[in-house]
Design a binder for this molecule. Sequence first.
Ligand SMILES: NC(=O)c1ccc[n+]([C@@H]2O[C@H](COP(=O)([O-])OP(=O)(O)OC[C@H]3O[C@@H](n4cnc5c(N)ncnc54)[C@H](O)[C@@H]3O)[C@@H](O)[C@H]2O)c1
Length: 252
Amino acid sequence: MRLAGKRALLIGAATGIGRACVEDFARNGAAVVVADINEPAAVEAAALARAHGATAHSVTCDVRDEDSVRNAVDYAERELGGLDTLVFLAGLMRTGAIESVEAATWDAIFNVNARGTFLAAKHAAPAMKRAGGGSFITTSSLAGLRGAPGMTAYAAAKGAVIAFTTALAQELAPANIRVNSVLPGWIDTPFNTPAIDYMGGVESHGEVVRRIVPLGRQGTPAEVSPIYVFLASEEARYITAKSMMVDGGMAH
Ligand SMILES: NC(=O)c1ccc[n+]([C@@H]2O[C@H](COP(=O)([O-])OP(=O)(O)OC[C@H]3O[C@@H](n4cnc5c(N)ncnc54)[C@H](O)[C@@H]3O)[C@@H](O)[C@H]2O)c1
């Protein structure tokens, strides 16, 4: 019960890594609100959290829309009686050779990954200050540090998330709010389908993973969620402005 008493809003957490976080937060005693554009999956994730004995709610939220983000934050603060933990996981990936990347695709990727992170922080910070402080965990990617062919827009947006995280951590430290980013490597979710297609399909992707990941395989969502639990917990109270890689050793 490392998160007993924590009140957490997890945005973009209906499926994949986020869903694993919801379950792990619930198992560790947090009360949670799952916010996602995928309403049925968010409802399902909240039900899973309740099955672990947690207080859990869901709210529909499109992180591209400022009013929708503000509404999710207000809902979480109201339903949970305060907000001290914010986890942002919403993501969008598209791949393609640079000459084929539409400006609209670039904007769409930035809107969800980078601008969405900003809107969540902007509207949650006042609530977290009212709670006396807390932990904000953003989600970048190893691609945000190292890039990858065909992923220019996604890598740039995730790089922006890292820079945003370090700037915000310095700004919010006096308010006792820690801000850190998780950088997953290859995690086995359908999110990576555009990357796998760009790499020539499942076979060639698997070959690359075996070659560049020292542990020789993709991770699972449940192998990433524990770092979110740790960063949200009091055990991490002296950790802020950090990028935490969970990548099977890919970056070394
Ligand atoms: N899977 C990986 O290998 C990997 C690697 C590095 C980083 N990441 C990052 O981890 C995060 C979670 O990815 P995942 O693999 O669990 O994929 P996922 O598709 O299961 O999760 C993404 C979530 O974001 C939600 N979402 C998308 N657009 C949204 C919007 N406009 N408003 C609100 N919610 C929205 C989706 O509904 C979904 O629940 C993403 O930010 C992704 O960039 C994933």
